[in-house]
Design a protein. Structure first.
Length: 308
């Protein structure tokens, strides 16, 4: 399998393979290090980091659904200073060389910019992913990702304070995701990632109560995969910058679907809760697929779907 070239490039960042972790499903790696050789990942995308600590939403904030799950975590995190001291320091010391992409959250423009400014001197950061698509916070989050002008504004503000790779994570909770992708591309994004979770709701019929304390939450897992593949295909056909695809990837075959649709790299999320070794299993599966199909470079799969 050594003959297969799994390398891909995103915004000048060379990844050993296209498999990343999806933000919020892998913490900052440390919690998974007993199960997964982190050095085998293409990149780690951290949980969302905000300027000050966020408490998150009340429980229950997870509910299993058919072929997926709902969550309303609300971007709970200890804030950028604690992240820098604890998580970044651990990653730099334990997995040197692993590309680290910090997922950035904010309630307002200054919040996003502040996180990036706080991390600009950190050599262990390879790039940023702006989460403008979280459906689980009242202010900020998805509000930026569902409006082209707001999405462009936050992208441009962050672009102004960093030369590092800037990925903007798009919301599927829109009518026209292509317009939002084009807006952030024009505002300076180096790549887009999609999709974040789809807004959903589940009700406990014995209590007549919603299953989540916040009533609605974000749907993830295999249930959303066809929606995600469709959006990746639409966006990849419309922008010049690379696309990172995610949404329900459980197997290497799922990852290949996203690459054929136009994703240069993929991220694995909910699958980590089912099998913590999903990411490396998918890396191995990609190499096996390429080997079996005579594909020398995994990047040859990008956008290779035949829709004629
Ligand atoms: C429990 C949970 C927490 C998440 N937290 C974040 C987050 O902090 N930032 C973010 O951009 N996306 C977050 N997401 C969205 C995922 O990164 C991903 O976009 C989505 O779940 C679709 O991929 P999947 O079906 O493979 O999980 C979270 C998803 C889950 C399930």
């Amino acid at each position: 399998m050594s003959s297969v070239d799994l390398r891909v490039e995103i915004a000048g960042l060379e990844l050993a393979n296209p498999v990343m972790t999806a933000s919020g499903t892998f913490a900052s790696g440390r919690e998974f290090a007993d199960f997964v050789d982190l050095s085998r990942l293409g990149a780690i995308v951290t949980k969302g980091v905000s300027l000050v600590p966020w408490e998150g939403n009340p429980s229950p904030r997870m509910a299993e659904t058919a072929s997926g799950m709902l969550n309303s975590i609300g971007l709970q995190n200890p804030g950028v200073e604690a992240f820098r001291e604890r998580d970044l320091a651990w990653l730099a010391g334990s997995v040197p060389g692993l590309p680290v992409i910090v997922n950035v959250s904010g309630h307002d423009l200054a919040g996003y910019v502040g996180v990036i400014e706080a991390l600009e001197d950190e050599p262990g950061v390879s790039g940023y992913e702006l989460n403008i698509s979280c459906p689980n916070v009242d202010a900020g989050g998805m509000a930026f990702g569902t409006d082209c002008a707001a999405a462009a504004e936050v992208t441009a503000a962050c672009r102004a304070v960093t030369a590092r790779p800037l990925i903007v994570k798009l919301s599927p909770n829109v009518t026209d995701i292509v317009s939002v992708a084009r807006s952030v591309e024009a505002a300076g994004a180096d790549a887009v990632s999609l999709i974040n979770t789809l807004l959903g709701m589940a009700i406990d019929t014995s209590s007549f109560r919603p299953k989540l304390a916040r009533v609605v939450g974000g749907l993830s897992g295999p249930a959303i995969k066809p929606v995600a593949v469709r959006m990746v295909w639409q966006v990849a056909s419309a922008v010049e910058i690379p696309v990172i695809g995610m949404g329900g990837i459980m197997t290497a075959d799922d990852a290949i679907e996203f690459m054929l649709a136009g994703a240069t790299a993929v991220a694995v999320g909910t699958a980590n809760f089912v099998d913590p070794t999903s990411t490396v299993r998918i890396v191995d599966g990609l190499a096996e697929f390429c080997h079996a199909h005579g594909v020398g470079c995994v990047s040859d799969l990008v956008g290779a779907v035949d829709v004629s």
